[in-house]
Design a protein around this ligand. Structure first.
Ligand SMILES: [Fe+2]
Ligand SMILES: [Fe+2]
Length: 136
């Protein structure tokens, strides 16, 4: 069974955003799987790196959409994204230096991602749709 299962309350109704969110969930499940399979520290670290890179990509695409929509909470949303990426980098760095940060990373990812999608991402949907900015 996957570490995290997608539930329909995570859908925003914006097709490409939901696809990218699902990919992030897949990356988190990959990270959990490589650990369960007793992957080497290097292989775990690679999966962490890919997850962070994809999350950054998603955030920048999302921010471009919020800019197109003239979303008034854009800067706040950007700040939240930046803070999260900083945290991921710190944990990744600690892992690379030999600390056992994988469990706390998985917990952070699960809690943060779900609450971010449910609260902050859901908060922009109406504005984005009414501005017609939901297409890539
Ligand atoms: Fe977001
Ligand atoms: Fe998002």
């Amino acid at each position: 069974m996957a570490f995290i299962e997608w539930t329909s309350d995570l859908d925003t109704g914006i097709g490409w955003v939901d696809e990218q969110h699902r990919k992030i969930v897949d990356c988190i499940n990959d990270l959990h799987a490589v650990d369960r399979a007793s992957g080497t520290r290097d292989s775990v670290s690679d999966v962490m790196g890919r997850l962070i890179a994809y999350t950054r990509y998603h955030f920048s695409e999302e921010e471009k959409m919020l800019e197109r929509a003239g979303y008034r909470l854009l800067e706040t949303h950007q700040g939240i994204h930046r803070g999260f990426i900083d945290k991921l980098h710190t944990i990744h760095e600690q892992y690379r230096r030999g600390a056992d940060t994988l469990t706390s990373l998985l917990a952070l990812l699960e809690n943060w991602l779900f609450s971010h999608i449910r609260v902050h991402d859901r908060g922009y949907v109406a504005t984005v749709k009414s501005a017609g900015a939901d297409r890539l």
